[in-house]
Design a protein around this ligand. Structure first.
Ligand SMILES: *[C@@H]1O[C@H](CO)[C@@H](O)[C@H](O)[C@H]1NC(C)=O
Ligand SMILES: *[C@@H]1O[C@H](CO)[C@@H](O)[C@H](O)[C@H]1NC(C)=O
Ligand SMILES: *[C@@H]1O[C@H](CO)[C@@H](O)[C@H](O)[C@H]1NC(C)=O
Ligand SMILES: *[C@@H]1O[C@H](CO)[C@@H](O)[C@H](O)[C@H]1NC(C)=O
Ligand SMILES: *[C@@H]1O[C@H](CO)[C@@H](O)[C@H](O)[C@H]1NC(C)=O
Length: 362
């Protein structure tokens, strides 16, 4: 999401107990990130500025099993209380509009529900309402919504991750010129809807659960005097009792990726983060027009560029086979275009060889 400068969001999902061949070590040192040389490839627009009916607050990304893709802010910039659907046939439409016009959806997740094929519920994070809304009946075109989880002490939520057993993890930030611990937060919405704070840190944004439900990834950025000086991905161990594992009563975490060490792009914010079903982590770099892909051991796999969309915000796999990575963000302005005109919300895609985690669990 964009508040003052660039505030972004991310979310994820959790999954079944497929153990990875070589699980990352959970204590002590993680393998250092790889030294580059992954493959690089380009994403292409499916909704460009000319076709866009999406506002500049486009954010959040989710799929259903049919391969329809969802993102927030259908319409113009005042319509932050809406969820758009990009039908698998390529058409855009309004999927849901909240009754409260102050609602600001910035993150979305979907989860299998019911017994019929394709039945699902959507969780949508509302920044201004400090709540998660549960939306049912989307597949039948007759959506109904209820508050699932709410706490006015949450900073936002900015983005969300969902484990396959229905636990939600929420990130938030308070953008300040110089950040301190507490300008970012991590919350847990238990499967029964109860909210609990888990950690405080510098600005928190992208968030995802590993494909085996074991780890929680959360991005953290540091500001000093208006400049962004750090961007890293922290990793927590999920714990059924306490949300994340604790050490001396504080959330225990390790550095999974540090962009200062990796490629000196620490001044560019991490935004959305999502896993494929094998646990590879896809990370948007909002401002660089790129998605950086990491293996479950933290090594760099590849870099996907998104020409025409420097402000890449969030992403999720969708499409009929669940392998099409949909990337949402703002289309770059045309040369000479009025500064005051809001940028359009756009969608680009890139095809993977594996299904996304969310799609595979629906
Ligand atoms: C990366 O690619 C360059 C150019 O092809 C090569 O010189 C270098 O050895 C490669 N590094 C690794 C770690 O594979
Ligand atoms: C934005 O859309 C709303 C309806 O959703 C409409 O009332 C409003 O006039 C529109 N604003 C602009 C600037 O087009
Ligand atoms: C919501 O609607 C009220 C009443 O029409 C209006 O005063 C307010 O400005 C609107 N808020 C937003 C965020 O559009
Ligand atoms: C955000 O940070 C500013 C500056 O430190 C502080 O004054 C404000 O109370 C903070 N807001 C929240 C909601 O924590
Ligand atoms: C990924 O691509 C972006 C845009 O070209 C570039 O700025 C960044 O350094 C690349 N990162 C890696 C790890 O190659």
């Amino acid at each position: 999401m964009k508040v003052l400068v660039n505030i972004f969001a991310l979310a994820v999902l959790g999954f079944p107990a497929l153990t990875l061949a070589a699980p990352p070590k959970c204590d002590g040192e993680l393998p250092s990130p790889g030294n580059g040389n992954g493959t690089s490839s380009e994403a292409k627009f499916v909704i460009d500025a000319a076709k866009s009916q999406l506002g500049s607050s486009i954010e959040g990304a989710a799929t259903d099993k049919t391969g329809n893709f969802y993102t927030a802010n259908f319409g113009n910039d005042t319509d932050k209380n809406t969820i758009a659907m990009l039908n698998v046939d390529g058409t855009l439409s309004l999927a849901y509009k909240d009754n409260n016009n102050e609602t600001w959806f910035n993150s979305i997740r979907t989860m299998k529900s019911g017994t019929a094929d394709g039945d699902f519920v959507m969780f949508a994070g509302d920044v201004t309402g400090h709540r998660v809304v549960k939306i049912e009946g989307l597949a039948s075109g007759n959506p109904t919504a209820s508050d699932f989880c709410k706490d006015s002490k949450m900073l936002q939520p900015n983005d969300m991750a969902l484990s396959s057993d229905g636990n939600l993890y929420l990130s938030g930030m308070n953008y300040t010129e110089t950040s301190e611990v507490g300008n970012g937060d991590l919350w847990w919405c238990k499967a029964d809807g109860k909210a609990a704070p888990l950690d405080k840190l510098h600005r928190a944004n992208g968030i995802e659960v590993s494909s085996d439900n074991k780890y929680l990834y959360l991005s953290e950025a540091v500001n000093v005097g208006g400049a962004v000086t750090e961007n890293r991905i922290m990793r927590y161990e999920i714990d059924a009792e306490t949300g994340v594992k604790l050490e001396n009563k504080a959330a225990k975490k390790t550095v999974f990726v540090d962009f200062k060490k990796l490629d000196q792009t620490e001044a560019t914010d991490i935004d959305g983060m999502r896993c494929d079903k094998d646990g590879n982590l896809f990370v948007t770099r909002n401002g660089l027009g790129a998605i950086t892909v990491f293996s479950p051991d933290g090594s760099l796999k590849s870099n996907i560029t998104v020409p025409g969309m420097k402000s890449v915000k969030n992403l999720e796999f969708s499409g009929a086979d669940g392998k099409v990575l949909h990337i949402v963000g703002n289309c770059d302005k045309a040369e000479g275009e009025d500064e005051a005109t809001p940028a359009k919300g756009c969608i680009a895609t890139w095809t993977h060889e594996a299904e996304g985690l969310e799609w595979s669990q629906l």
